[in-house]
Structures are given as structure tokens and as C-alpha cells.
Design a protein. Sequence first.
Length: 166
Amino acid sequence: MPFPAVIVSVRDGIGMNGARGEAIPIHLPVARGTTMERDSVCVIGAGPYGLTAAAYLRAAGLDVRVFGETMSFWKAMPTGMLLRSTREGITLHDPQLKVGLVDYERACGVELATPVARADYLAYVDWYQRQAVPAIDTRRVVRLDRFEERFRMQLDDGELVDTPGS
Ligand SMILES: Cc1cc2nc3c(=O)[nH]c(=O)nc-3n(C[C@H](O)[C@H](O)[C@H](O)COP(=O)(O)OP(=O)(O)OC[C@H]3O[C@@H](n4cnc5c(N)ncnc54)[C@H](O)[C@@H]3O)c2cc1C
């Protein structure tokens, strides 16, 4: 794998240069922080796709760090909103765990009405996250820089997280 880090679900422009693979001539300041292990992956954003990517990467044996509050984009949507997607369309997966919508309903003794309400979907994804991606670092990534073959993230409390070079 060319980079020991995969960055997905990035909004607000953060990380777009890294995602396009452009070399960005920046100066990395010397600062205290942590360096991730070579077989670790960082996922920025704990939405449905970021969580699912993390679940599959975990199942592949990688050490995955997910940053951001779970479903924060969805939590800001209108309270009474009903989803347009079908039940199959909102079912999240894991290659090893039974964490589909049906499994959630069975485990929690609930039956979701159709169309599925946003609040019900949030409860399901929260359950999914606890099963498939139990550890979430809720801090936001406020800056992402790329320097040659390394990424450096700055978290909202100032901590710096580096990916190792090749
Ligand atoms: C009104 C509305 C209704 C929708 N209805 C449906 C529907 O019925 N069915 C459907 O399938 N899709 C629907 N969508 C689309 C749905 O929102 C996306 O398909 C889905 O959320 C994409 O998942 P994602 O994980 O890629 O991104 P997101 O859900 O956007 O998750 C990305 C997460 O990353 C976080 N994040 C961003 N930047 C950072 C950072 N720097 N550090 C840490 N965290 C960060 C965000 O806060 C967010 O929580 C709807 C969208 C809208 C706006």
C-alpha cells in the first residue's frame, strides 16, 4: 500500500489536497504529538461511510483510528425527517459481525416503521458503531497537511498525529 493512511469522508475542504494526491510544499513544524503505527489507518469523519470503511479495515486486521463525533452531520438534520432510502439502502455491514438492520431490531427488540425516521436511523447507527467500531476519537481534525509521504493531522485540542513515512 503506497500510504499507511487512508483518509475518507472529509468535508469542509480539509484534506482535499491530500485526497487528490498532490504534493504540497509545506513546512512541518517541530511539535509534540503522536506517530501512528505503520499498519494503522485514520478515518476522518464518523458518518455511515466512514464507519463502514473503518469496520472493514478493522476486519482486515488494521488498527483503525476514527476521528469525529458519530453521525454529527445527520444529527444536525431536521428532527422529524423521514429517510427516502429503503431498509436495505440504510443497512450497514461488517464482514464478520451480524450488524444489519434486522440484527439491530432483533437484538434491541424494536421494529422500525417505514419510511424510517431519522431518529430511528441514528439509534441504529449508534448501535452499529458500538458493535463494529467501538472506539471513536470524537475530536475533530482541524488541519491536515501532506509532506511527501506523510500526513500530519492537527486535532481540535491541538494534538498532532503523524503518519509514518515509507
Ligand atoms: C437532508 C438530507 C437527507 C438525506 N437523506 C438520505 C437518505 O434518506 N438516504 C441516504 O442514503 N442518504 C441520504 N442523504 C445523504 C447522506 O447524508 C449521505 O449519503 C451520507 O451521510 C454519506 O455518509 P458519509 O459517511 O460519507 O458522510 P457524512 O454522513 O457527511 O459523515 C461525514 C462525517 O465527517 C465529519 N467530519 C467532517 N469533517 C471532519 C473533520 N475535519 N474532523 C472530524 N470529523 C469530520 C462530519 O461531521 C460528519 O459527521 C441525505 C442527505 C441530506 C442532506
